[in-house]
Design a protein around this ligand. Structure first.
Ligand SMILES: Nc1ncnc2c1ncn2[C@@H]1O[C@H](COP(=O)(O)OP(=O)(O)OP(=O)(O)O)[C@@H](O)[C@H]1O
Length: 346
């Protein structure tokens, strides 16, 4: 096993910097005591390059949304980012004040939520909302802002965008409403978009269309995209890289090919086995045995050990540290004492 190379093979902004580098991020929900403090995110590191798509995957409660909210500066008390760095184009966002973060949000960094109504105001027409979103961050005339709004709506697949600009959110279908929210995220040509399960509530065909369009738009504009999902199958066709989270940590990450074709962490393997298309026809889906670990009072050792078919005594003692994938495995990182394909006894 080799040590970890820094940001291997990653597209950058031309100055050698990733758009985003998260280093050892820790976000805890502080309780009265250590035992009641939820370590929702507990040492997460990953990076996203310009025009690159990172799939952030894991079961419910693994800390994906809290990671996204931490980057956006949207963690509310008792939640608190207690450690690590969030480097946006080399600048540590943890040093930014509230006003600086507000300026960054919706401008250089945008977020798309599962529920588009988290973005849209139900009582305002779409044109008002979109024009305001442009004017809040840029000195352009109203007609230029409207032209841009119209353009972006067309880009995300809204038919008759001139007419649709005059509509209210409730006059759109669920899929179209999510497209409008995506259009708002793209409006100011951000450097980074964090999409938190944005297509989960939608029909599978519409999901696939939106994924494809987002991929094209981000590649064209050089926007880095973090796609948060519990579904590994969704990112298989979309992401350049995949980071798999378990119990507040990234347990494996690498190129999508490395992860989908040859996952090495037993948890990633278990997630892969739960994808329907990989199952044997006519057989029920395999569930991962056991329950995810609670962020309260994490026991010693590897968080996955109780559910892991490869666990040994070693996994009881200390949590595994992050290691590189070894020769011919540039870009892969793992947190496991007994990864699949390793010679050590399972
Ligand atoms: N306000 C809060 N107070 C205490 N704990 C919280 C709070 N918000 C989140 N958590 C805890 O943080 C952990 C991570 O939650 P998070 O929402 O990031 O998971 P997730 O992987 O995004 O799951 P899902 O896919 O269900 O959204 C969970 O165990 C959750 O209970």
């Amino acid at each position: 096993m080799s040590s970890i190379p820094s940001h291997p093979g990653m597209p950058s902004d031309g100055k050698g910097l990733p758009v985003l580098a998260v280093e050892d991020l820790r976000t805890h929900f502080i309780g009265r005591t250590e035992a009641t403090t939820a370590k929702a995110v507990d040492g997460v590191s990953f990076h996203v390059g310009a025009g690159e798509i990172l799939g952030l995957v894991g079961e419910s409660g693994s800390g994906k949304s809290v990671t996204g909210a931490s980057i956006m500066g949207l963690v509310d008390r008792p939640g608190q980012v207690v450690g690590g760095r969030i480097l946006f184009k080399g600048q540590d966002l943890r040093q930014y004040g509230g006003e600086q973060m507000r300026r960054l949000r919706g401008n250089r960094i945008a977020m798309i939520f599962q529920d588009p109504m988290m973005t849209l105001n139900p009582v305002l027409r779409i044109d008002t909302q979109m024009i305001e979103a442009v004017l809040a961050h840029e000195r352009v005339g109203k007609s230029a802002a409207r032209a841009r709004a119209r353009d972006v709506l067309a880009r995300v697949g809204i038919p008759s965008p001139d007419e649709r600009l005059l509509a209210y959110p409730h006059q759109f279908s669920g899929g179209m409403r999510q497209r409008v929210a995506i259009a708002i995220a793209l409006l100011n040509r951000p450097d980074l978009i964090i999409a938190d399960e944005p297509t989960t509530a939608l029909d599978v065909t519409i999901q696939a269309q939106i994924l494809y369009e987002m991929q094209t738009l981000c590649r064209e504009s050089g926007t880095g995209l973090i796609w948060i999902t519990h579904d590994l199958a969704v990112v298989a066709g979309l992401a350049d890289r995949v980071a798999v989270m378990y119990a507040g940590r990234v347990v494996e990450q690498g190129s999508t090919r490395q992860i989908i074709k040859a996952a090495r962490h037993p948890y990633t393997r278990a997630l892969m086995d739960s994808i329907p298309s990989r199952g044997v026809r006519g057989q029920p889906l395999r569930q991962i045995p056991g329950n995810p670990q609670s962020p309260l009072n994490r026991p010693s050792g590897c968080a996955f050990r109780e559910r892991c078919p490869r666990a040994t005594q070693a996994c009881l003692q200390e949590p595994p540290v992050t290691i590189g994938g070894g020769e011919g495995e540039e870009g892969r990182e793992l947190r496991c004492f007994h990864p699949v394909g390793d010679d050590s006894p399972a």
